[in-house]
Design a protein around this ligand. Sequence first.
Ligand code: KIV
Ligand code: NA
Length: 265
Amino acid sequence: SRRVTIRDLRTAKERGERWPMLTSYDMYTAEIFDAAGIPVLLVGDSAGNNVYAHPDTVPVTVEELVPLARAVVRSTSRALVVCDLPFGSYQLGPQQALETSIRIMKEAGVQAVKLEGGLPVVESVRRIVEAGIPVMAHIGFTPQSVNALGGYRVQGRGTDGARLVEAALALEEAGAFAVVLEMVTAEVAAEVTKRLAIPTVGIGAGPDVDAQVLVWQDMAGLRSGRMPKFVKQYGDLRGALVTATKAFADDVVTGVFPADEHTYH
Ligand code: KIV
Ligand code: NA
């Protein structure tokens, strides 16, 4: 079986088929999501606040993401693996964006890169695509700009909606193969989805998009604390780990583990 291609994703949109996407940063989740048939996996810079214990994605570096992306690629055979360009690795312009993309393609072995922003990154997208590297765009709430956006705020309300539609069209024209819409009103996301031939991937963008992405720790209930409105938890991995950890600790303290069946003679 071969990997999913950007062409397959375009075909899915033409057929009106929705698809799921998840983040992954390690071997076991990559194996599990690949076997479950998740067609696109993202090694997101959300590793910043889900792996590296940074407060947000701003401090994440290429050096931090590349080893995670390599592990995800090695652990999958079917999924199209996308790696984020971290903050600071492309904002200087098309030249830096292309250099970082080439480095990530060669060192991580992923099939595509993703970067954040609208009109200001259109020329960078064009340059990377012209070099033969598929690019996923990301507009709406863009976490790398959290400090400029004034917090985690819904985008696309009022006249901002037209700006998002314009950005999405420009990114498609520049050659992006898909566009992530994060924390965008459902109405604007539906409009963008209708206007584009390439798939839209929603996260907090309502139901009328071509695909849905979630951070896997949110999806599986590993993260603690208050979840954003757009998260649905499909498991309680945190609860399962807490229970297993307590049972192991108790067994060690009471001498129940290891039993004879775990012991060499
Ligand atoms: O880094 C990430 O996880 C992302 C997705 C939420 C789209 O960019
Ligand atoms: Na990201």
